[in-house]
Design a protein around this ligand. Sequence first.
Ligand SMILES: Nc1ncnc2c1ncn2[C@@H]1O[C@H](COP(=O)(O)OP(=O)(O)OP(=O)(O)O)[C@@H](O)[C@H]1O
Ligand SMILES: *[C@@H]1O[C@H](CO)[C@@H](O)[C@H](O)[C@H]1NC(C)=O
Ligand SMILES: *[C@@H]1O[C@H](CO)[C@@H](O)[C@H](O)[C@H]1NC(C)=O
Length: 350
Amino acid sequence: MEKKPHPAKRESPPREASAALLVLLVLLLNALLYLYLSELRGSSGRAEAEPSLCPFGYFRLGSVKNCSPWLSCEAINREVRKLKCVGEGAVKKVFLSEWKENKVVLSQLTNIELKEDFLHGLKMLKALQSRHVVRLLGYCEKQFTILTEYHPLGSLRGLNETLHIPKYKGMNTWHRRLMLAIDYVSIIRYLHSSPLGTLVMCDSNDLDKVLSQYLLTSDFHVLVNDLDALPLVNKSSGRLVKCGHRELRGEFVAPEQRWPYGEDVPFDDDLMPPYDEKTDIWKIPDVSNFFLGHVEGSDIVRLHLFDIHAACKRKDPAKRPSAQEILDTYRKVLTLLIREVAMPGTREML
Ligand SMILES: Nc1ncnc2c1ncn2[C@@H]1O[C@H](COP(=O)(O)OP(=O)(O)OP(=O)(O)O)[C@@H](O)[C@H]1O
Ligand SMILES: *[C@@H]1O[C@H](CO)[C@@H](O)[C@H](O)[C@H]1NC(C)=O
Ligand SMILES: *[C@@H]1O[C@H](CO)[C@@H](O)[C@H](O)[C@H]1NC(C)=O
């Protein structure tokens, strides 16, 4: 987000001095709002500089200052106590656990046939530790277990319910909801330009599936949790991807992910053309719509996002915007709308 105050784009008309003073006042308020906004973004301790991050192979938990090395098999077996099962997917069973008075999550492979997915997910979790990804605390490859930070609000699938708990009702505003969408698009942007290259979020064939891959933190930010299906696209070497080997159907997946040869030709994975990361872009409007929900103001946000969302839905993947472009637009809309709420009518004045 831009941090510097907005310069006045148009000259103030040479009216009375009081008008000029008003303009000055409005500019000052604008500057304060920008400061407030950057404060909001930094408040989670996940600011761009990532000060809470440790070197590779280490983690920091809670208020502890020092970085500890990832827990090994021995440490996990000795020091981690399973409490109860809090989730189960196709690949892993997830247990709320305790480690040195911290709540942590122990994920265990459920089906040995899926061990490649599990190990790929672990490899990605290690390589992509950042403010966008759930914190890794340890792992044991030979027992197929992964230890991560616990997030009591769970996956984004429960967002509706969470926002109706009295304690979180104050979060059920267009403003907070747009910030969640911004978090989500930031994650996609990060995956598309990750340290490993352009990664496609393949575990995303329907909205529910997408939502279950992300966690909601207690300070209302989004983290990506499940990195089991993240193939690499390499434009310069012509390397493309396919999300699985089965036929995909429905409007949620991008058109290029569907069988192109019609009902008369039976699906054959060998004939199915591969595609790139723009499939993630196609899905962003649907995920953002879920985030925005139906609260006061969310339709105004939708209106402002109409053009960028229409661009995401272009049939030709190459014509869709990048995650970075979408992120820039979302942030502009957030800034614009916050300013309008704080000072209705300022746009006409300036
Ligand atoms: N760190 C965590 N804190 C809280 N809940 C979690 C955590 N990790 C996982 N969960 C819960 O467990 C569920 C399953 O986790 P995960 O997505 O890692 O399993 P999976 O088997 O890989 O799922 P999939 O079927 O999508 O591949 C999540 O959707 C979430 O509800
Ligand atoms: C992409 O391919 C090019 C050319 O083959 C190679 O030099 C580059 O390292 C690859 N990038 C990644 C991220 O794998
Ligand atoms: C969440 O609530 C919205 C309405 O606010 C509804 O359209 C949507 O289907 C709900 N989603 C889930 C996953 O419950």
